[in-house]
Design a protein around this ligand. Sequence first.
Ligand code: HPA
Length: 279
Amino acid sequence: MDEYLTINKIDELVSVIKSLTNYHPKIGMILGSGLGSLAEEIEDPDLIPFEKLPGWPISTIEGHVGRLVIGKLENRQVVAMQGRAHYYEGYSMTQIGLPVRALQRFGVDTIVITNAAGAVNSDFNPGDLMLLTDHLNLIGMTGNNPLRGPNLKEYGPRFPDMSQVYDRELMKIAREVAVENNITLQEGVYVCLAGPSFETPADLRFLHAVGVDAVGMSTVPEATVARHGGLRVMGISGISNKANLDGETVTTHEEVLEAGQVLVPKLTTLIRNVIKRLG
Ligand code: HPA
């Protein structure tokens, strides 16, 4: 049986974070594959390696540094997760949700969740950003929801509404910022698959048929947990590759990391300007 989170365990972890920083950020960020260098923009940072945080899931994957970066961006206090753990690494969905639970108890009320994703929508190109307007919780729908287990009523109800996971006001701000800064901002539905294998052409035709625009291996568990807790959530995919619907191209983790180098400057501009507007 899975080990589920308790408020006591979460608070023990949060007390360690509080003992290592004097910042009190309300804005959190999760930086996905190849996107972690955005954290280098954070000024006067306190750096907390995930190893210091009891129970924190640690990523074993190249492109994920594995620490909290807490400091200032656009004169606002922020906390960024430079790297995240994934379900395919062997963690339970409960463990994947722990960082979001902890950041919320630490004081975060708004979270920007990013990922690298493959484009299922043929209008999208590597290097594009995609604003998540919704997600398909395929793993959760088929039994493995991060909210499975005793409900943490301090965060939210047993049966939380998911009609609007991604905050409309944040989406509006992101669209305006993108226009002002000449950034192409695609929009669409993201699906999280278990991974670690990339999709077969048949998988991708299935995802296309059910309305998916971008595919990856993260974000949905964290967004589900964040929404249960009542956080304001913004989701952004960095499109790293075209999904291989025709079976003619090969997808690699190297290309995902390479695309990150093109994506980070755009993502940085977008996130900086969204934060500026949060007031
Ligand atoms: N599929 C799944 N996950 C991904 C992809 C992909 O094509 N690209 C980046 N993450």
